[in-house]
Design a protein around this ligand. Structure first.
Ligand code: NOJ
Length: 506
């Protein structure tokens, strides 16, 4: 049986504010994205995930949705989205939207209605509770970003509402069947329009015990969402999956689960909850062979027994970019080889293929309440300022070395980070082993990991050095891709350059 497309795909995450700007207001938009699809086709990605483009007051840059059925005017119109979708499809690429089900904006009409009176028919669409006495909130949960209590008191109706994130992001009550039905309708709207699936924001947070029991005292002060784990979420996911799977064309869900790997596996269900869940371990792991060995083993040992397909994430809009985390280009290049050759679906964050570092955002330029501006800086397309962003000043400064790391500077240079990514994606396309084959460890060396990917007669050996000194391994073959410049196509005799990672045809 043919495997679903998303098992062999590489998904490219676009942060729409910072990708490309067609209307010259300094903020990226959908027409801007549509104008850069040749870059994606040339690179060779299979699908695009757009961070939220829905109507939003932007308190959390789109993760506070005020209308799930409309595009924010900052990004364009529904027609622009249709245009982008058809342009992607005509190039054989798919589109995932970002569904934010746990909370709306406080400016969503649902919340305005809910807040208007205790008797509102939508009162129970959110979590309204009486205080705990002495002006205390209803429970001790801590909100993300602010580090304060996850509750805000509403003078008008004399009750508190729950917000696991900003006060501008009230939590929806999925325990109310009307909320669930309303969100299923939202999902259908976009599936009917032809989108190929959804990345689902903090999806493990939607099921809640209506008693909202206190967190244990030692967790107070840490965001509640990091610990939340309620069995009700699984029922909700099964019903959501049924909606998704009722559509033809292998629509897909990838869930954001901020839980340890052992718990993440549970959210795949028995092939009846999420299709995929993000594996964030690599985002947080230091560049160290033993750490990666353990992390890969934990991923395998938790997902393989339940036949859950892994994912790999090195960068996103919430974390420092890999080039910044690892500190050198050599390491970032070796990490790209890992991302694109481990068994599972890789998620590549736009700009990481250019080796961008986080932008340096001065104190008075800071915008994001979560301190994540650096990894959200505009993509430099052209060498010369304003780097393909013609018009108003960009909403955030460019990353360092925007000229030499621009797409234009790298495109003619086969030794560039951009070409490394393209070469890896080309290698994947040509190899069942790399896309969907089995995984087995091979002998490495001190600070070096080696593994085999195999599918019938197709075999690749991947060797990754985590150290900036030469190393020797016992493997030989032809270098299909090397993270070091100029080595592709050469025979490999077991000698690795410092920081080098190679894909060997054997
Ligand atoms: C996770 C998203 O990735 C992040 O950007 C957002 O702030 C929170 N969820 C809240 O929606």
């Amino acid at each position: 049986m043919a495997l679903p497309w998303w098992q062999s795909a590489v998904v490219y995450q676009i942060y729409p504010r910072s990708f490309a700007d067609a209307n010259g207001d300094g903020v990226g938009d959908l027409r801007g994205i549509a104008g850069r699809l040749d870059h994606l086709a040339w690179l060779g990605v299979d699908a695009v995930w757009l961070s939220p483009i829905f109507r939003s007051p932007m308190a959390d840059y789109g993760y506070d949705v005020a209308d799930y059925r409309d595009v924010d005017p900052l990004f364009g119109t529904i027609d622009d989205l249709d245009h982008l979708l058809s342009e992607l499809h005509s190039r054989g690429m798919r589109l995932l939207l970002d569904l934010v089900p746990n909370h709306t904006s406080s400016q969503h009409p649902w919340f305005a209605e809910s807040r208007s009176s205790r008797a509102s028919p939508k009162r129970d669409w959110y979590y309204w509770r009486d205080g705990g006495g002495d002006g205390e909130p209803p429970n001790n949960w801590t909100a993300a970003f602010t580090g304060k209590r996850a509750w805000t008191f509403d003078e008008g109706t004399g009750q508190w509402y729950l917000h696991s994130f900003l006060p501008e992001q009230p939590d929806l009550n999925w325990g109310n069947p009307e909320v669930e039905a309303a969100m299923h309708d939202v999902v259908r709207v976009w599936l009917d329009r032809g989108v190929d699936g959804f990345r689902i924001d903090v999806v493990d947070l939607i099921g809640k015990d209506p008693a909202l029991p206190d967190d244990p005292p030692e967790r107070v002060g840490h965001p509640h969402f990091l610990f939340h784990d309620d069995p009700r979420t699984h029922d909700l996911l099964r019903r959501l999956r049924a909606v998704i799977d009722s559509y033809p064309g292998e629509r897909v869900t990838v869930g954001e689960i901020s839980r340890p790997p052992r718990r993440v596996a549970a959210y795949y269900g028995d092939h009846d909850e999420l299709h995929l869940a993000f594996n964030f371990a690599p985002l947080l792991a230091p560049w160290d062979a033993d750490t990666w060995h353990t992390m890969i083993d934990v991923t395998r040992s938790t997902l393989d027994p339940v036949d859950a397909w892994p994912t790999w994430v090195l960068g996103n809009h919430d974390q420092q970019r890999p080039r910044t985390r690892y500190g050198t280009e050599g390491r970032a290049r070796a990490a790209a080889v890992l991302l694109l050759t481990l068994r599972g679906t890789p998620f590549l964050y736009a700009g990481d293929e250019l080796g961008l570092e986080d932008a340096i955002v001065a104190g008075d330029q800071v915008l994001d309440p979560g301190g994540r501006d650096g990894c959200r800086a505009p993509i430099p397309w052209e060498i010369d300022p304003p780097h393909g962003w013609n018009g108003a000043a960009t909403w955030l400064p460019f990353p360092p070395h925007a000229d030499v790391r621009s797409a234009e500077a790298q495109r003619p240079d086969p030794a560039s980070m951009l070409w490394l990514h393209r070469d890896l994606l080309t290698a994947r396309r040509g190899s069942d082993a790399l896309r969907t084959g089995s995984f087995a460890w091979l002998d490495g060396a001190d600070g070096v990991l080696a593994f085999e990917r195999a599918s019938r007669a197709d075999r690749r050996v991947v060797v990754v050095s985590f150290v900036d000194e030469p190393r020797r391994v016992a493997h030989q073959g032809t270098i299909e891709v090397s993270s070091a410049a100029g080595r592709s196509g050469q025979p490999f005799d077991g000698s690795l350059l410092p920081d080098e990672a190679v894909v060997l045809a054997v």
